[in-house]
Design a protein around this ligand. Sequence first.
Ligand SMILES: C[S@@+](CC[C@H](N)C(=O)[O-])C[C@H]1O[C@@H](n2cnc3c(N)ncnc32)[C@H](O)[C@@H]1O
Length: 258
Amino acid sequence: MSGVVKEGDQVLLVLDWRRKYLIKVKSGGELHTHKGVIRHDDIIGMPYGSVIKSSTGRLFHVAKPRLIDFIEKFSRPTQIIYPKDAGQIIMYADIGPGSKVVEAGTGSGALTAVLASIVRPDGHVYSYEVNERFLREAKKNLERVGLLSYVTLKLKDVTLGIDERDVDAVILDMPTPWLVVEHARNALKGSGFFVSFNPTLNQVSKTIVKLRESGFFDIRVVEVFEREYQVDPVALRPRTLMIGHTGYILFARRGISQ
Ligand SMILES: C[S@@+](CC[C@H](N)C(=O)[O-])C[C@H]1O[C@@H](n2cnc3c(N)ncnc32)[C@H](O)[C@@H]1O
C-alpha cells in the first residue's frame, strides 16, 4: 500500500477527535467544512500523516481511514453494535481468518462488516435478516467498504432455521435469541460458539434456560463499559458524557449430551 495520497484513495481528514471527514480524493474536488475549504489536488502526493491547511488556515491531518471510520458513515436504519461490544464478541467467540460464521439480524451491517473483515480471505459470514429494506441498506454499506464478497446476505427469519452446517459461531443481535438456540446447536460444529447481544436481561435469562436445556456449556454474560477521557495533559479526566447502556453479551459453547 502506497504511503502517499493518490487520486481515488479514501482519505480521512482529521481536525480533532470529534471532527473527521471521510473523502474520496478526486482531481478538481473540494471539501467544504465550517473550518474552510480543502482542495483535493492539494492532498494528492502528500504522505499520510501530513498536515494540510484549509482556506481559513485551520490544520487538518491526512490519515488512512480505519474500518470504524467507514462504519460511522454507514446508513443506519437500525441500532448498530458498538466497537466495545464487537471487540468482545470477536475475542471470546474466537473469530479469526477462515472462520465460518452465521449472524442474525443483519440490521445496518455494522457487525457484519467487522466479522467479514476478520474472517477474510478464506472465511465467510452468512447473515440473516427479515427486513428487506434493511438488507438492501446493509448490502450497500458492505459494498462501499469492499467486504460484500465475504458475506452471503439472506432474507430469512432465523427462528425458522439455519441452513448452514459445521459453522464456528452463531452470533445473534435480534429480539428472540432463545428461539434460535436449537437451530444454533444443529448448525455449530464441535464446541462452537453461541453469542447473543441483548439490550435487556429478560432476553438473556430466557436464553440461558434454553442453552442449559440444549447442553451448552461455559455460559457467560458480560456487559462492557467504555469511558473516554478528554486528552488534556493538565486536565486529564473522563469526558462528562458517556454511553450508559448498549447491551449484555451472552456467550456459550455447544456441548454434546451424554
Ligand atoms: C439491532 S438490529 C442488528 C444490528 C446489527 N447487528 C448491526 O450492527 O448493524 C436487529 C435486526 O434483527 C432483525 N431481526 C429481527 N428478528 C429477526 C429474525 N427472526 N431473523 C432475522 N433477523 C431478525 C431486525 O429486522 C433488525 O434489523
